[in-house]
Design a protein around this ligand. Sequence first.
Ligand SMILES: NC(=O)c1ccc[n+]([C@@H]2O[C@H](COP(=O)([O-])OP(=O)(O)OC[C@H]3O[C@@H](n4cnc5c(N)ncnc54)[C@H](O)[C@@H]3O)[C@@H](O)[C@H]2O)c1
Ligand SMILES: [Fe+2]
Length: 467
Amino acid sequence: MNLDFVPESTRAASLGALMKGAGYLVRFLPLPQPTLLVGPGSSGRLGAAVAGFGHRKILIVTDKVIAKLGLLKSLTDALTAGGTEYVVFDEITPDAPIPLIERGIEFFKEHECDALVAFGGGSSMDAAKAIALAVTNPKPLRQLAGYFKGLRAPMKIYAVPTTAGTGSEVTVAAVISDPERESKLVIVDPRLVPKMAALDPVLMTGLPPAVTAATGIDALTHAVEAFLGQWATPYTDDMALTAVGLIFENLRTAYCEGANLEAREKMSLASTYAGIAFTRANVGYVHAIAHQFGGKYHTPHGLANAIVLPHVLRWSLPAVTERLALLAVRARAGNEDEDEETLAGKFLEAVDRLNADLGIPLHLAALQEADIPALARAACHEAHTGYPVPRYMTVAQCEELIGQLLPPTAAAERDESAPASRRSPGRNSPARKSPARKTAARKGATGTGPARKTTAAKKATPRKTPR
Ligand SMILES: NC(=O)c1ccc[n+]([C@@H]2O[C@H](COP(=O)([O-])OP(=O)(O)OC[C@H]3O[C@@H](n4cnc5c(N)ncnc54)[C@H](O)[C@@H]3O)[C@@H](O)[C@H]2O)c1
Ligand SMILES: [Fe+2]
């Protein structure tokens, strides 16, 4: 929807009214929620429960890393003990590309399965969801993208997340990628919510620190965007605020001490609560922009969100100062007796500090200046056709925001050739002002190279990774 020709105030008012209307509808839409099994060993308990449901054969959808790490064992042992047959499809790669999902659909049919266990990060879980819907609605996957495009209900899905980030175990969405069109597609259907999910922290102890960081900030972004958007309800607020509190309390520990089961379990709960919040209240510009980076440059989803989040928060600040102040209190970045503006500023700084401590770069190394107009157009289209954002931006404003993510050399080249109005933000730009950003800059963190070493990063226990 190109609305740039409409004056900003009219556009904001009409889109705002439209999104508010949609929000009231969503509020009354009954969304299923899975039975949750939580704690060490819960993936085995899920296997035992699923074995009791009398399925003929289960398809476990996962990726090779997870299969090689032996993470399926508790689940498969329990299925075998319960006398239920299963087959494993472990070909999914990050962002669930369509051709691999098509292979999964064939595999499901070939083995005459009748239910699925989605086992892995968001990529494996969403691939499983897409397979489940496509086998009962045989049409090209691209035609299943969008809202309620499948006539028939998907096959039954059970979920075991192995990252604490996407919340896909409780959401109505499956995000897949279309390598041909360099884009991401979202399939939305309440029947995609798994029937049961296990949050088993034992599976997450070997998650590499960089993936822990990126997926953790994905969960934070879900909670924050759900809390700031126009579809927020008291229920989603509770979920989002609890998630924000848990993330600020536990993400640094999960990042530095991967084997800390308590931090891992709390992060997986946070991710699920954030999922419950955003599957009702939706997301915003951070996701709209991050999806374009994922489609174009294969930037990991959580990392893309983490880089974009501080900029969108600064853009949204005037419209949501009071809400940001509430987030600051929950993140323990300030006290209730401080004024709203101070608190809102403190939340922005707390996000900067968290990003810096987790080694999140300030810039997107892959970003090309020439791509920015198309990326901004696509991001605004995605946001303005689906997300209840608290403050609208024009495509030009979105281009400017994305321009701030250019690696410094590219930004400097652009500044030399661009008119003053298009230059990247100077020293007084809010995005450059926070103390954490200054510290990171002093340490030479440009985001174009390896993650910076902050105090927390230095403490990180090196862990063997499978890759
Ligand atoms: N359905 C939704 O509601 C929803 C919400 C947000 C994001 N997503 C989508 O989810 C995808 C991203 O998922 P993700 O961030 O969980 O990453 P991912 O599933 O792509 O996994 C990232 C990497 O971590 C590895 N990994 C996963 N678990 C591991 C473990 N326990 N130990 C060691 N390695 C492990 C994987 O093999 C992979 O290489 C994106 O496509 C994103 O768009 C979906
Ligand atoms: Fe996300």
